[in-house]
Design a protein around this ligand. Structure first.
Ligand code: BES
Ligand code: MN
Ligand code: ZN
Length: 498
């Protein structure tokens, strides 16, 4: 969808549908109140007749007097006290869905003028665009023609703001929102694709497409032969049980000074995780197509950085493999030699993400990054610890952890920190190799983080476990695009553009 910003008066604006917020209990925000005044109270009159302004409620009004708008869409904002970014995102999402459902080709919204705790005009416009795009996202690429559902007519949304100064800020914010939304949609699409389409080779070819699209982006793909020749024994150990050839996709985005140290993102790209010889139970195994969402979030963040033309250098490394049982697969007890030289006893072949990340994290050191963040659907234990609300953050670097937590908070894409104390390292003891790939059942998310920490010595590094946040299960099964929004916000902050 196209977004524009206008500082013209809402009452004289010709539009198919004007979107206006209403607080729970019927109180009107200033912009809605002035429209209501021009409409001689037509809005206020309708409140309490089934529409109470509750969060997520909407009501479509026709023939509102005193306005040039054909229709007015009222959107419930919930309670005015504590109306914050989270409530705003929710309301903006329901507004976008309801607006699309009207069948209008364009609309105008007063929501960019709402007073929201902690969000200035620019942030508000970004959030509005991001939330609208998120709500309007559809994935029906895999349905045959008759079942794909017709594309919504809605093509343009105007964000109304009070002044010319606000318009400039809102325009910047909307552009950022559009860029981040593109990144989020990229990640969602890759996650939602089935594993028979989205293979390691598919990821590699999608990456090459991006490099053709964005001049500042270079892509390199390591082939199976190169993976073996380099000595990525941990990655190869996972890949060897699959007919799909592994790839390592490397993005280099050059938006910063030549020679300036890059920021690096490393994403787990297991295009399907059956568990290997330590086979997973059948329930919900289909969802393991989402086990490449860490990689997808790197693709998405790279897209967002390119779209924003961020003044930084950024490296993305995404190891991509399939984890299947096979006569050639790695077995429990097998010992792999990683790219770092450290040997790993594979006690459970289902703990494969950390194996491919181990080699990717060693590989990324050659770029001398000023910070490295890895993103992975790494452990079921993280879902037990934090549920589906927060991504798990682990880092020995308090400053980096603080930056990421704050970015997630601002972006409405939250993470929560778990400790990465040395006390947990003992769980990885092996009688035969340098260490094992699993600890016990206790603190499974943390011992996985401990495993990764052994491949990040001397680097400023953080780990995001997105096992609980990268997709929704059940009836609304769908990729979420998380944590692209968090990462984009962090990249913006590290670029100094803020
Ligand atoms: N991809 C899974 C983690 C996962 C499981 C994410 C369920 C989301 C939902 C990962 O590769 C895995 O299998 N981890 C094991 C580790 C265990 C063997 C130590 C797990 O979490 O059970
Ligand atoms: Mn696994
Ligand atoms: Zn996995």
């Amino acid at each position: 969808m196209d977004y524009s910003v206008k500082s013209s008066a809402a009452t004289t604006l010709k539009t198919a549908c004007l979107v206006a917020g209403v607080y729970q209990g019927g109180e009107l925000p200033p912009a809605t109140a002035s429209v209501d005044k021009a409409a001689r109270g037509a809005i206020r009159k309708r409140i309490g007749t089934g529409f109470e302004g509750e969060a997520g409620q909407t009501l479509l009004l026709f023939d509102v007097p005193g306005l040039q708008a054909q229709r007015v869409l009222l959107v419930g904002l919930g309670k005015r006290d504590g109306f914050d970014g989270r409530a705003f995102r929710k309301a903006a999402g329901s507004a976008a869905k309801a607006l699309a459902a009207t069948g209008a080709a364009e609309g105008a919204t007063l929501m960019a003028e709402l007073p929201v705790e902690g969000l200035d005009t620019k942030a508000l416009a970004r959030t509005l665009v991001e939330s609208s795009e998120h709500a309007l996202y559809r994935f029906d690429r895999m349905k045959s023609r008759g079942n794909a559902g017709k594309a919504p007519a809605l093509k343009r949304l105007a964000l109304l703001v009070a002044s010319g100064g606000a318009a400039t800020a809102a325009r910047r914010g909307a552009a950022t929102g559009r860029a981040v939304a593109r990144g989020v949609a990229t990640a969602r699409d890759l996650g939602n694709l089935p594993a028979n389409v989205c293979t390691p080779s598919y990821l590699a070819s999608e990456a090459r497409k991006l490099a053709r699209k964005y001049p500042a982006l270079k892509v390199r793909v390591l082939s199976e032969a190169e993976i073996k020749r380099l000595g990525m024994g941990a990655l190869w150990g996972v890949a060897r049980g699959s007919r799909q050839t592994p790839k390592v996709v490397i993005f280099e985005y050059a938006g910063g000074r030549k020679g300036a140290k890059p920021v690096a993102l490393v994403g787990k790209g297991v295009t399907f995780d059956a568990g290997g010889i330590s086979l997973k139970p059948p329930a919900k195994m289909d969802e393991m197509k989402y086990d490449m969402c860490g990689a997808a979030s790197v693709f998405g963040s790279v897209v967002a950085a390119c779209e924003m033309k961020l003044p930084i250098n950024l490296v993305g490394v995404t190891p991509a493999v399939e984890n299947l049982p096979d006569g050639n697969a790695v077995k429990p007890g097998d010992i792999l030699t990683s790219l770092s030289g450290q040997t790993i006893e594979v006690l459970n072949t289902d703990a494969e993400g950390r194996l491919i990340l181990a080699d990717a994290l060693t590989y990324v050191q050659r770029f001398k990054p000023r910070a490295v963040v890895d993103i992975a659907t790494l452990t079921g234990a993280c879902v037990i610890a934090l549920g589906h609300h927060a991504s798990g953050l682990m880092s020995a670097d308090d400053e980096l952890a603080g930056e990421l937590l704050a970015a997630g908070e601002r972006a409405g894409d939250r993470a929560w920190r778990l400790p990465l104390w040395d006390d947990y390292q003992d769980a990885l003891k092996s009688n035969f190799a340098d260490f094992a790939n699993v600890g016990g059942r206790d603190a499974g998310a943390i011992t996985a983080g401990c495993f990764l920490s052994r491949f990040t010595k001397g680097m400023r590094w953080a780990h995001l476990d997105v096992a609980g946040t990268a997709w929704n299960s059940g009836n609304d099964k769908n990729g979420t695009g998380r944590p692209v929004s968090l990462l984009s916000e962090w990249l913006i902050a590290t670029s100094g553009r803020g």
